[in-house]
Ligand binder design. Structure first.
Ligand SMILES: [Zn+2]
Length: 548
């Protein structure tokens, strides 16, 4: 429960000598005065320090936008906090190759106040995370990450910000799924406790120290708390721990928007009105991904009450396709163009150039051609098809993997392999995902995808499963030499494109057993090549599909 103004007055009387409106809890706000507070937020940056090739998003434009809001808020006598819902790492080779140095240093220059730690921060060793902390001047917050041997927290659980007369506590919470999603090599001595339990424990302490309590989380927003096989997310947190004023989230990479009636908007488009989700008196916000938007909540604090005055997801140079006079599709800005901050752009540029240079370096080698030519890979199983599927299967510890041949865009010649070669094979930056299916569901899925015709992008490549197809009909499917058991559960790796129904594959992304791992396909293939080189081209020449 929020402290009422009345209670504040009651506790104040005996301390009148200290300060007119100070209380035993250290409150400094004045009765009946209204305070303006603006919270800005982003999440799931995933290496997008640079704008894309259409000039969308990017940190230099984000800085201009944030600076202008800062000036506006300051002129109106308000206070401002800029928070991130985490997952700064992983997604763009130029960033990944440099441990996201441009992203973190860019955040420091934009002036972030705190961030939640995301699961993808653990794609790196703890020593890299410590290095990243040293690049910034704000805390990485996580109340539920512990060193297993010392039982000590690895990060600050929260920070209290003094903003004028207001004290704002921000605590960090990270999805427990990090343990299963992150790189197992780096997880050895790290424990993730339940965010709800930690928040319950911390809340009384934060309520005593601050006037406003915010949770910066990386747990995902799941409609009506239906989180499927994922760990519980922000809606569960809000419903389980009453008294958190706001949750600034991430992880599910949604624009969390409700309409005027409070119903979630499932197909949000940039430029539409957006209100945060509200659960159990807690506002829940998330700004999609990649810095495509800056979320802006303008609030008023008065007599111990915090109220939302307005909310926006501000698009950062996002564009939409429209037909021009000649009927050609062109991209046009959705809102007014935000100029890039030249100083930040100049700072980031050498990182972009350095990253592109690093793409040319050798990552491994192969003793023969890896076949990805369109005229072959769309007609028969190839070693490239098997290698890609195997790399994805391996990454998410799946029993099998399915890959659409339309997502394979080039071959790799015998000899040295560079990251650039890999990006030519898989240029779409699809995300490796997995879905847990019963044997019966798996059989039905395989029956559909195995019958996709040759000479189409839908033609499937496999790893981890041996199939016999007679006259287009699935006759046998074996995993590790065993027929699929219809009652058992299997984990199947697929990419986000086919998971969402691309190439007319059965959509899996709404299945309760679906998990988006966040790992980009080309990065996964690169990792596999690095750790298995020199590769044998023959070893991947698996005729795992018999068609007769
Ligand atoms: Zn995440």
């Amino acid at each position: 429960m929020r402290k009422t103004a009345l209670l504040a007055i009651a506790t104040m009387t005996s301390f009148a000598a200290v300060s007119l409106h100070a209380t035993a809890q250290g409150e400094q706000w004045e009765k009946d005065k209204s305070y303006k507070l603006t919270i800005l937020h982003t999440n799931d940056n995933h290496g997008r320090f640079w704008s894309n090739r259409h000039g969308e998003y990017g940190m230099a434009a984000r800085k201009t936008l944030v600076d202008s809001i800062r000036a506006e808020v300051a002129a109106a006598g308000g206070e401002l906090l800029l928070l991130s819902g985490g997952d700064i790492n992983t997604g763009v080779p130029e960033s990944d190759l440099q441990d996201a140095e441009p992203d973190f240093k860019g955040m420091a220059q934009i002036g972030y106040d705190a961030m939640a730690i995301g699961n993808h921060e653990f794609d790196n060793k703890l020593s890299v995370i410590r290095k990243q902390e040293s690049w910034v001047n704000f805390p990485f917050l996580a109340a539920n990450i512990y060193d297993e041997s010392t039982k000590e927290r690895l990060f600050k659980p929260y920070k209290v910000f003094q903003k004028g007369d207001l004290r704002i506590a921000v605590m960090g919470l990270t999805t427990e799924d990090t343990k299963k999603l992150g790189n197992p090599e780096f997880m050895g001595n790290i424990a993730f406790t339940k965010p709800v339990d930690e928040a319950k424990k911390l809340l009384p302490e934060l309520k005593a120290k601050a006037d406003v309590v915010i949770a910066a989380t990386h747990m995902g927003h799941y409609k009506d708390a239906s989180f499927g096989i994922n760990a519980p997310g922000d809606v569960t947190l809000a419903r389980s721990v009453p008294g958190i004023d706001m949750i600034i989230g991430g992880h599910s990479q949604d624009p969390v928007c409700t309409d005027a009636q409070g119903a979630l908007i499932s197909k949000y488009k940039a430029g539409m009105a957006c209100m945060p989700d509200s659960q159990n008196g807690t506002l829940i916000m998330q700004a999609h991904e990649w810095g495509k938007y800056v979320g802006r909540a303008d609030l008023e604090f008065k007599n111990g009450e915090l109220n939302l005055v307005s909310y926006q997801l501000i698009p950062v140079n996002l564009k939409k396709k429209v037909k021009n006079a000649e009927g050609k599709k062109v991209r046009v800005l959705i809102a007014d163009e935000i100029a890039e901050d030249q100083k930040l752009k100049d700072f980031l540029k050498p990182f972009q150039e350095q990253g592109q240079e690093q793409l040319q370096q050798k990552i491994g080698s192969v003793d023969g051609k890896l076949e990805g030519d369109r005229g072959v890979v769309r007609f028969q199983p190839t070693n490239m098809g098997h290698l890609i599927a195997l790399a994805q299967m391996d990454k998410v510890a799946a029993d099998l993997a399915v890959m659409n041949s339309g997502g394979i865009r080039d071959s790799i010649a015998e000899g040295d392999i560079t990251y650039k070669d890999v990006l030519k094979v898989q240029p779409f930056a699809n995300v490796v995902s997995f879905v847990e299916l019963t044997g019966a569901e798996l059989w039905d899925y395989l029956a559909v995808v195995a019958s996709k015709p040759v000479d189409s992008g839908a033609f499937a490549q496999f790893a981890g499963v041996d199939l016999v197809i007679t006259g287009g009909e699935l006759k046998s499917a074996k995993i590790k030499g065993q027929d699929i058991d219809k009652a058992k559960t299997y984990r199947m790796a697929i990419n986000s494109y086919i998971a969402s129904g691309g190439d007319k594959y059965p959509a899996m992304n709404k299945h309760a057993g679906y998990v988006n791992s966040g790992f980009v396909d080309a990065d996964v293939l690169k990792g596999y090549i690095e750790s298995h080189s020199p590769l044998s081209a023959k070893a991947h020449d698996k005729g795992n599909v018999v068609r007769n």
